[in-house]
Design a protein around this ligand. Structure first.
Ligand SMILES: [Zn+2]
Length: 307
């Protein structure tokens, strides 16, 4: 009997994607046979496939960032329960808002205060169930667009770096108060999609741009109304700073599949930026943990004790 050929595993030759025309090409190629663009080296292609091998297959940046903010929420809930030794108060704090000290020690930033790590960590922290629900849902909707338009590296880098810029804007220009939440990052990602979709110059691109513009406008207007009606304290400065940072970044960041991009350098720079931004996030978490254990000089603790 003949051996069923479908039983044998086909030998899949390693391929890579041309960053300019998105065609699958041979891993050894240094130039794309379809569009003549210079492409990444075989070593870089192998590194890229090794990295993607340990990440979720579809929209890895969105899923990893989403996982991180959820784990962060659980971590803060755990600390809140420990501090309040459980009970209804702790449950209430977890659902609505933990106490001021827990918020600051576990990631929130205090406006006007000069510590740097909270500008990074505050993007991952949420205050209450509604807050994390809305931001997680928004990330679930916007993240994939950033990954589709700009790639995984830029999605990671934009959440972390542009979110940090938004927090800096909120820190310097937003008045007083304690701030946490991913919405500065999310507004930056909306800004990136607006600019990126516009640059595609296609009917679908313009449609996506208009949807995102409507969304951004809605967030800004609702935020301002809620704040001035004293219904909720929304970080409008952070929202607007994030949106502006995202619009600018999205205008200049390399788009995937943009015809005419004949060199892999923009993608190499994006990769290095992503690695650096993840490094910055890890360093910020390390600083936060040191601070939470009281091994760093902590003038903020003094400020809180007199409040
Ligand atoms: Zn090509």
């Amino acid at each position: 009997m003949l051996k069923d050929s479908s039983q044998r595993k086909p030998v899949v030759k390693q391929r890579k994607r041309c960053q300019s025309c998105m065609q699958n090409i041979k891993i050894e190629s240094t130039q794309c046979p379809y569009c003549r663009a210079t492409v990444i080296s075989p070593t870089e292609a192998k590194l890229a496939s090794a990295i993607s091998g340990v990440m979720p297959t579809q929209y890895p940046a969105t899923k990893i960032l989403l996982g991180t903010i959820i784990i962060w929420y659980v971590m803060v809930a755990f600390v809140t329960f420990q501090n309040a030794s459980g009970g209804f108060t702790a449950l209430q704090q977890v659902a609505i808002a933990p106490d001021f000290e827990t918020l600051h020690l576990w990631g929130a930033q205090l406006r006007g205060h000069s510590e740097l790590w909270p500008l990074v960590t505050a993007n991952f922290m949420h205050i209450g169930l509604l807050h994390i629900f809305f931001n997680a849902y928004a990330l679930w909707l916007i993240g994939p667009w950033v990954e589709k338009l700009f790639g995984v590296s830029i999605a990671f880098a934009s959440f972390i770096l542009l979110g940090t810029l938004a927090m800096l804007g909120s820190n310097q220009l937003g008045g007083t108060g304690i701030v946490a939440g991913a919405s500065g990052s999310l507004m930056a990602m909306i800004g990136m999609v607006i600019a990126g979709a516009h640059r595609l110059k296609t009917v679908e691109g313009f449609k996506l741009r208009n949807q995102m513009l409507t969304w951004a406008g809605f967030v800004v207007v609702v935020g301002v109304v809620l704040t001035y009606a004293n219904a909720m304290n929304v970080d409008n400065t952070g929202h607007i700073a994030g949106l502006v940072a995202g619009l600018i970044a999205g205008w200049f960041a390399p788009l995937l599949g943009l015809k005419g991009m004949k060199t892999p350098w923009p993608h190499r720079i994006a990769f290095v930026t992503a690695v650096a931004s993840i490094g910055i996030a890890i360093a910020a978490v390390a600083m936060m943990l040191l601070h939470a254990q009281g091994t760093l000089p902590c003038d903020i603790c003094f400020m809180m004790s007199i409040k």
